[in-house]
Design a protein around this ligand. Structure first.
Ligand code: HEC
Length: 121
């Protein structure tokens, strides 16, 4: 009996740790990608292409760029942002434009952040 309880607790703890690891943070995980790969074009100083600014969470979520909201919370793969990164959007080019595409892992991570509700976390 003791052993069963011990095992149960261990599983629960491992489960928690896993969930924490999979949880994506906007500020720690997503924003650094934008800073490195997107801000040279999508910033407020230069007139940003398509009116999409990626300087912070509020700009990303504003939804006033040419094709409307680029993030649909809970719908990562349907969001324009992810389609542009995968090169499957019906308009324009794959992002980051003219550069090497992001690796699948990074795109999956951003997609997961959207699936988790696209929170300001
Ligand atoms: C070299 C400049 C450049 C870089 C770097 C760049 N973009 Fe873009 N982006 C553009 C241009 C130009 C357009 C408009 C034409 C098009 O859609 O292809 C655009 C359009 C977009 C759109 C569509 C917005 C709309 O409403 O139509 C999204 C989403 C986007 N970019 C995301 C990104 C992300 C995310 C990154 C970084 C991974 C990035 N871009 C990097 C130049 C750039």
């Amino acid at each position: 009996m003791k052993k069963t309880i011990f095992l149960l607790i261990t599983f629960l703890l491992v489960g928690f740790a896993q969930e924490k690891k999979d949880k994506v943070s906007f500020s720690k995980d997503v924003m650094p990608v934008f800073s490195k790969k997107c801000l040279s074009c999508h910033n407020t100083e230069d007139e940003s292409p398509s009116g999409l600014y990626l300087e912070d969470y509020n700009e990303l979520m504003k939804g006033e760029s040419k094709h409307g909201p680029v993030v649909q919370p809970k719908k990562g793969e349907e969001s324009i942002l992810i389609k542009k990164l995968r090169g499957t959007a019906e308009f324009g080019r794959q992002m980051p434009r003219g550069r090497k595409p992001l690796d699948d892992e990074t795109i999956d991570m951003i997609s997961r952040w959207i699936d988790q509700g696209a929170k300001k976390n």
